[in-house]
Design a protein around this ligand. Sequence first.
Ligand code: UDX
Length: 447
Amino acid sequence: MPREPIGILGAGWVGSVTAACFAELGHDVVVRDVDPERIRLFSSGRAPFHEPGLGAHLERNGSRLRFTEDAGEVFGSARIVFVCVGTPSTHSGDADLSAVHRVLDELPDVDERVLLVMKSTVPVGTGEKVRNALDARGLAHVGYVSNPEFLAEGSAIRDFMHPDRVVVGAYAEAEGDAVARLYEPLGAHIVRSDVASAEMIKLASNAFLVTRISFINEIANVCEVTGADVVKVAEAIGLDHRLGPHFLRAGIGYGGSCFPKDSLALKQLAANSGYHFQLLSAVIEVNELQKRRVVHKLQKHLGSLRGKRDALLGLSFKPDTDDMREAPSIVLAGRLLAEGVEVRGWDPVALEEARRRLAGVALSDSLLETVDGADAAVIVTEWPELRGLASDEVRAGMRTPFIVDGRNLLDPEETRAAGFVYEGIGRAASLLAELPETPERDSEAAL
Ligand code: UDX
């Protein structure tokens, strides 16, 4: 296989995983980032964030990976350059494309053919604007391909190496071929399309995934008032081959670096074009409300929350990552602090990040210390370590043995049998469970 030197602009999650995986496939890869600290860490073989398998990939392929602050080094050595810069939300909810524009500004007036491959999630129409800008600069020989990423944090290396599909949207067939060839060793299903469709595939995929999450969350909320169990309902829905089992886990809402911003960006993209995307607007609103429902569950059992002590267990937006961007724990902590709650937080890997984002929350890496004297323990993120939460030790330490399971991680019957009052999401039996009138520490009799 011919091994192309590859350039990567942006050493964030997507850029660093893409770099490590192309190096694993045998390519020499040069990665550029504007953050000197990030470059220093990667150059010493370490990743500045927690992503399973990334460290091993970086180590194994160190000889093929180069990290630099200099964009010129990238364009000097690679003909195929992936753009993996961030596209966060602006205040208006549109995607902020300033980092993409900076890439174009830094592109030297190359004489040779260079292919820019857009991996960052961008609004539909971005490719066309970039194409026009390149042509206007006399850089018609610089190619442009849209190749959106579908990497989920925590499983990003696996998602890259074993993709469901690879999307390649191109203006010129040969440019699409050059990118598609890079993925051939993966044996992946490669979808070839025009650039605008490739851009839309990414946005629509994420919009559909969040629609499934908000859908099952609303079903869960209706389950709670009608006596059904959403876990059983979702299991049976998922067995329909037309629907499939994925993204039907009810919980306290989605977060992360992609779903909230990309769904908002698609809603705004439609709105900017004069179309009101009603369904997506509702999906986003359901998610906002879902994060807050936990507060009502706490009030239902504890009455006024002022002066109560609550333990938030799991602070990252999902397990296997230390990423706290748009994590439901942030909204929940804010709401509880506003209610006058003494909030404690535990997470196995995200404490450093949590210190920056959760002012006023007492943080610890000891689960027992976090639940000690608590009136409620709330599972916010389904870390495997929390499967054993309903233990004698935890029950004995809590002021009231009350668990709100925001991810339906625990078995309700077993948890209740272990002496806890249990509230899940969309699990009707919780309607029957009440805390004792006068909560007594470690009092099984009262339950
Ligand atoms: C997502 C997409 O999966 C990926 O393809 C895209 O490129 C980037 O965004 P990621 O944000 O890493 O990846 O996480 P993902 O595993 O998809 O979960 C996102 C959020 O949805 C999490 O907060 C998770 O807890 C929540 N979720 C997911 C649910 O609440 N229920 C589910 O059934 C699935």
